[in-house]
Design a protein around this ligand. Structure first.
Ligand SMILES: [Fe+2]
Length: 193
């Protein structure tokens, strides 16, 4: 019996900051898209779009999270920024490997396992420090996740510091439905970068 690669969100991944938690949930959602194309043998056709979205959203999220830690004077802010930079380097190495040819499914599988292991360890080891500083003065809780039936996914804002805290807390795009083909619903990925 084969078991799905997909990762499930659990409370063990909560950071104590709902806006950041919602962003992490969306990151896991994208990573699970990666699992989907691996499991269905679509890596060669779909990896580019997923990698583009993953890079775009990850950079945006890292920017928001670093800004959040700085504003809250989180003691883990420095380590967080360094870890993010290392992650981006790892991600870009995988990206280069994919673009250089080779077995897309094999590269995608290694990439997926690396991303999952890193993200879980990073959230629990570093991002969780937000719990100590996200009380009064922390980011406002993000709105309830966008309903599944939302007709058009919204593109998250570019990875730049927003001028006002309220404007910065745009919730992630809608949670995607597993039953829809990954490629079909993400044509908007290609815009923006
Ligand atoms: Fe982080």
């Amino acid at each position: 019996m084969s078991q799905s690669l997909k990762v499930q969100w659990t409370d063990a991944l909560c950071t104590g900051n709902k806006a950041i938690d919602n962003q992490h949930k969306y990151l896991i959602d994208i990573i699970n898209d990666l699992a989907h194309v691996i499991e269905t043998g679509q890596a060669a056709q779909s990896m580019k779009k997923i990698v583009n979205l993953l890079q775009y959203y990850t950079e945006w999220h890292f920017c928001k999270e670093e800004d959040c830690m700085n504003r809250l004077k989180c003691p883990a802010a420095g380590r967080n920024k360094e870890a993010h930079a290392q992650f981006i380097a790892t991600f870009l190495a995988f990206r280069a490997e994919l673009e250089g040819g080779g077995d897309s499914n094999e590269i995608a599988t290694r990439m997926y396992k690396t991303l999952v292991a890193w993200l879980v360890q990073h959230i629990q080891g570093i991002d969780a420090n937000l719990a100590h500083v996200s009380g009064e003065g922390g980011l406002p809780a993000a709105a309830t996740p966008v309903p599944e039936a939302a007709p058009t996914p919204s593109v998250p804002p570019p990875p730049q510091p927003a001028p006002a805290p309220a404007a910065a807390e745009v919730p992630p795009p809608p949670v995607k439905q597993d039953t829809e083909p990954v490629v079909e619903k993400k044509k908007w990925w290609q815009i923006g970068r």
